[in-house]
Write a protein of this length. Structure first.
Lengths: 212, 225
């Protein structure tokens, strides 16, 4: 009986020690992954970039990770917003508050990236469908390859689980990228907005894939 | 892996967010589409051609007539002058040029005396253009002997079926153009226009940014003689 108790105690200490080591390893791996944030190009054709820090509300909603925010604009006063987020908080995977608070996702599709892997396009609309936002989002590795944040359009528990488990076995640092714009009323089915968002996404993915 | 999965579930659950309900997904992708084969046919510029528009300004409706006047040297570049008059008064002059498979805007003016010369000319459309092609412009605007650095672009954005005021319904190309010149005092010169053009007809609709309001001109009739 005494031997059995000692064995159990030893086994428990061993398990706890192992668990601590695994948690430490996860934390180190997450920290290592969060060292990379892709730098979008300074201009994309006629589009010029401007750094726009995220609001405190947006930062709080994402769990205060390291984030870079930019706007691309052109002479037509069109605006495309970029967020590059370090995956060092679990809330970092959330969609921007403007989408989650005011809009409902109406469609989503996972499509191939020109630079390897997959990405996804989401359409979100207000209840009256008059105002729409188009967003392209993906996980970008340092090598430039991409994978979708989710299969359905909005991240879920399963998606976070999948990405975090993949993190443990994939050594390459990555970041989360979101490119979105309001769809102007004249672009009723979002054709031009899709081209614009896709063009910006392609340019960011190409920049991320460049070898130093 | 099971242990890691459980650990991840416990850790992630704190930040869990409910997924949205999705309607049956449409395909949010767009196919490449050719906008135009021969862009000279999109804006016939023969002297005597004209377009009559209904334009609403400050809740008042006016009739504008845009006429092709013929070639003119504007700021050292030969262009085809298109004049728009309202009740006989000049409201807009534009210089268009078609060369090397490109339709360009070389100058514009809202006054009868001076011109804003676009140097180099702004490309509006190219032969074989695809929808969504963007023509980046960077150069100088020359106004009354002064020269200002500016930037801009032009883009055939959409193919649209346009119902005109009374000339019928036409399939046309929407061309968005914008020029912007920052001034030392923080203001900027902004010239934004949208033209809808149809093969063999030219303008079927026009829209100009006038200060902060957009003035839309809808086609009433056109004359190709």
């Amino acid at each position: 009986m005494e031997v059995s108790y000692a064995k159990r105690k030893k086994s428990l200490i061993l398990t706890l020690g192992l668990a601590t080591l695994v948690i430490q390893a996860i934390a180190m791996r997450v920290r290592a992954h969060s060292t990379f944030r892709v730098q979008p190009p300074m201009n994309i054709g006629a589009w010029e970039i401007k750094s726009i820090p995220l609001s405190s509300e947006a930062m709080s909603a994402l769990g205060n990770p390291d984030v870079d925010g930019w706007n691309y604009s052109n002479a037509l006063d069109e605006l495309v917003t970029i967020q590059v987020v370090s995956p060092d908080t679990f809330d970092a995977y959330r969609n921007p508050p403007i989408l989650t608070r005011f809009f409902t996702a109406v469609s989503a599709k996972v499509i191939p990236s020109k630079f390897g892997g997959m990405q996804q396009t989401n359409f979100a609309a207000l209840a009256d469908a008059e105002s729409k936002i188009l967003m392209m989002t993906w996980v970008q590795h340092r090598s430039g390859t991409c994978k979708p944040v989710s299969s359905s359009g909005e991240q879920s528990l399963v998606d976070r689980l999948r990405i975090n488990i993949e993190t443990l076995v994939q050594p390459e640092p990555y970041c989360l990228v979101r490119v979105y714009m309001a769809v102007p009323k004249w672009d009723s089915d979002g054709q031009q907005s899709q081209r614009t968002v896709r063009r910006v996404a392609d340019a960011i993915q190409a920049a991320g894939g460049k070898k130093p | 892996m099971t242990f890691l999965s459980m650990l991840a579930v416990v850790t992630i659950s704190a930040g869990c967010q409910k997924s949205a309900d999705y309607a049956s997904p449409v395909k949010p992708t767009v196919a490449d589409e050719k906008a135009v084969t021969d862009c000279s046919a999109m804006l016939p510029l023969k002297a005597g051609f004209s377009w009559t528009f209904s334009t609403v300004v400050d809740q008042r409706t006016f009739t504008d007539v845009a006429s092709v006047r013929g070639p003119l040297n504007i700021g050292g570049t030969t262009a085809t002058l298109v004049e728009t008059k309202r009740n006989g008064q000049l409201v807009l002059r534009e210089g268009y040029r078609y060369a090397k498979g490109q339709l360009m805007l070389t100058a514009f003016s809202t006054s009868p005396k001076s011109w804003v010369v676009i140097d180099p000319p702004l490309i509006l459309l190219k032969d074989g253009a695809m929808l969504g092609d963007e023509y980046r412009w960077r150069g100088r605007l020359r106004i009354d002997g002064k020269s200002i650095d500016a930037f801009g672009l032009s883009r055939p954005s959409l193919r649209e079926s346009v119902q005109t005021m009374s000339a019928g319904r036409f399939s046309g190309i929407r061309i968005d153009s914008g020029l912007s010149a920052p001034l030392p005092n923080g203001d900027r010169i902004k010239y934004q226009t949208t033209r809808w053009v149809a093969t063999g007809i030219g303008f079927i609709r026009r829209e100009y940014l006038d200060r902060t309001a957009r003035r839309q001109s809808n086609l009433i009739s056109f004359k190709m003689k």
